[in-house]
Design a protein around this ligand. Structure first.
Ligand code: PMP
Length: 286
């Protein structure tokens, strides 16, 4: 049985109860984070906390927790849940109202919920054991125009993810109405062409992924691979030698099929191997 945190108290998950008038339930009016933690060590803690604060500011939820408060919550949840490989999920909604009314209520206390669940320990990147990579489908990005906010209103992402799932694929790669790559339904995307790595710029069309940022920073520090943040067309995606997706729980996953066509030569690429190895060696420094 897992131990969760709700509004200041730790309790078994069965005892955690939220009012149906909570705006998180009624409107998806909230912000969330997922931080990977391996045996008590988190990856990218500060980036995740900065992003939750940015999200709360963007939608006008005044919580004002210090970094130390978040750190203590994450550490305690990890310990209370066995301190193994865990995804630490943080969720703040605007709070419980007395009625259903769209405008922000005054003097409302935000609801803070957190839980930890087991995640797989990422394997050391290795061409012999990585398997054949993910198969993706592509689709026009039909989500809202503020994808930089890690909102709990995830219906657009859920519907796009479901398209992939229903097609027997692992993710949906998304492009905007100008046929430019945005991201995937629950991950960021990188492509490789002739040894050069590229990923879409951070704007309102993508979530500023913490794994994406760590990949960029780790590769820049190493200096042996070149990486560009720029607009990427769907034609470039279709002609790429390699495609990767990144997220906190998956790290860097190679993609070898897109819309039933092979990516590059159909094998997991050597640039992936180098980048994933650098990530794996350096991720705890961030
Ligand atoms: N884009 C979307 C839409 C996501 O939901 C996620 C997280 N699952 C990501 C990108 C990756 O973000 P991060 O690396 O911070 O997990």
């Amino acid at each position: 049985m897992s131990t969760v945190f709700l509004n200041g108290n730790y309790m078994p998950i069965e005892e955690a109860k939220i009012s149906p008038l909570d705006r998180g339930f009624l409107f998806g009016d909230g912000i969330y984070e997922l931080i990977p933690s391996y045996f008590g060590k988190m990856v990218g803690f500060q980036g995740h906390i900065n992003r939750i604060n940015d999200g709360l500011n963007a939608i006008g939820i005044e919580l004002n927790w210090s970094d130390a408060q978040w750190q203590e919550l994450c550490d305690t949840l990890s310990k209370k849940n066995g301190a193994g490989p865990l995804g630490i999920y943080l969720h703040v909604s605007r709070g419980t109202d007395t009625k259903r009314f769209h405008a922000f209520p005054k003097n409302i206390t935000p609801t803070v919920f957190a839980m930890a669940f087991e995640i797989p320990v990422p394997k050391t990147p290795d061409l012999a054991t990585v398997g054949k990579g993910y198969a993706l489908i592509s689709s026009e990005d039909l989500r809202w125009k503020r994808c930089q906010i890690k909102s709990t209103s995830l219906l657009g992402n859920v519907l796009h993810f479901q398209e992939a799932y229903a097609a027997g694929s692992q993710e949906t790669l998304l492009y905007n109405s100008n046929n430019e790559l945005t991201e995937a339904s629950s991950s960021n995307i990188f492509i490789v062409k002739e040894g050069v790595i590229a990923t879409p710029i951070e704007d309102n069309q993508i979530l500023p992924g913490i794994t994406r940022r760590l990949v960029i920073d780790i590769l820049a520090k190493d200096g042996s691979l070149s990486l560009e943040e720029r607009v990427i067309t769907l034609d470039e995606v279709n002609a790429a030698d390699e495609i990767w997706i990144t997220s906190s729980s998956k790290e860097i996953v190679p993609v070898t099929q897109l819309d039933s066509k092979v990516v590059g030569d159909g094998n997991v690429g050597l640039v992936w191997l180098k980048a994933a190895t650098l990530y794996s060696k350096n991720k705890f420094s961030y």
